[in-house]
Write a protein that binds this ligand. Structure first.
Ligand code: C2E
Ligand code: MG
Ligand code: MG
Ligand code: MG
Length: 290
């Protein structure tokens, strides 16, 4: 029985189709309860300044420790949350936990910005700006420490509306990252129309960087584009020393991936930051770019 969310079409026998529907309804109920009871967890994956090896940012990635199904990853429940109207609540929870964590780090002397993924439905919700403002106020995190990661898919049909929202966020000093850059259909139009601060090179290009000349060419072009537009460029999905080195050689200094660390719970991230950041001067990079 397939449990994955989304609107995938698969062939089922009637019995398994009924079982699948029941299973999904069950999962929906459980997700609702998990959100209500604050059972979702937020893991953090460091984003590294590959020149200084300091952790300068972190991406918040939601996890669901399910009582019987094990640790569920976002692909297993975000589509469900979208379909059943739970994504806004889920997003608010993640945002709040992320801002709290970043604030705690800041208090300990580590100004590590936090990047939070924003689902298209969240972005389009009429209360979105209000939610962001209230969360910053409640958690006391400075707006300049928050990065919102959006994907092209959320924007293409609503570019004017999104443009207004992003401009408001920018006025507040919040940073905007374009996630999975290069995988959509209108990346360049979006760059021209929207106030973007950060480009995240999609991991599908990074994965075969060291084997595939055309991927390297694409990555080089994205880095050049970003640098020339004064944007920060982050490579995601860096898994090997070789990828790390090639990216460095091509002036991509901000990197994220299993090569440095997997997404980890807050306490483990603090440990990482202690070892990586404390022996050196305070995080300089924040003031170098952006
Ligand atoms: P994303 O925002 O592009 O996040 C990066 C994904 O790549 C994460 O998967 C991360 O664990 C994974 N990753 C990081 N480094 C590597 C690497 O070196 N190799 C490989 N193969 N993968 C790597 P994850 O946590 O499963 O999240 C998947 C997607 O789910 C995210 O993609 C994001 O679009 C969405 N997502 C995650 N958390 C949230 C959330 O709190 N809210 C919303 N709306 N979406 C979320
Ligand atoms: Mg992301
Ligand atoms: Mg991505
Ligand atoms: Mg993604």
């Amino acid at each position: 029985v397939k449990r994955e969310g989304g609107n995938r079409f698969e062939y089922y026998s009637p019995e398994s189709s009924i079982a699948w529907t029941r299973d999904r309804l069950e999962l929906e109920k459980e997700l609702r309860t998990a959100i209500l009871n604050d059972e979702l967890q937020v893991f953090f994956q460091p984003i590294i300044n590959a020149r200084t090896h300091q952790i300068t940012r972190m991406e918040a990635l939601v996890r669901w420790p399910h009582p019987t199904r094990g640790f569920l990853s976002p692909s297993e429940f975000i589509p469900l949350a979208e379909n059943v109207g739970l994504i806004e609540q889920l997003g608010e929870l993640v945002l709040r936990m992320s801002c709290l964590s970043a604030y705690r780090l800041l208090q300990q002397g580590y100004p590590v910005n936090v990047a939070v993924n924003v689902n298209p439905r969240q972005l389009m919700n009429k209360n979105f700006l209000q939610t962001i403002l209230k969360t910053l106020q409640d958690t006391q995190l400075p707006a300049g420490s928050l990065i919102l990661e959006i994907t092209e898919s959320s924007i293409v049909n609503n570019i004017e509306r999104v443009s207004i929202i992003l401009k408001t966020l920018k006025q507040l000093n919040i940073l905007i990252a374009l996630d999975d850059f290069g995988t959509g259909y209108s990346s360049l139009t979006l760059l021209r129309e929207l106030p973007i601060d950060i480009l995240k090179i999609d991991k599908s290009f990074v994965r075969t960087l060291d084997q595939n000349q055309s991927d390297l060419t694409i990555v080089q072009a994205i880095i050049g584009l970003g640098n020339n537009m004064g944007l920060m460029v982050v490579a995601e999905g860096v898994e090997t020393a070789e990828q790390n080195q090639i990216l460095l050689q091509h002036q991509c200094y901000h990197q994220q991936g299993y090569y440095f660390s997997r997404p980890v719970p807050y306490n483990a991230l603090v440990e990482l930051i202690h070892t990586k950041n404390s022996s050196r001067s305070p995080v300089r990079d924040l003031y170098e770019v952006n």
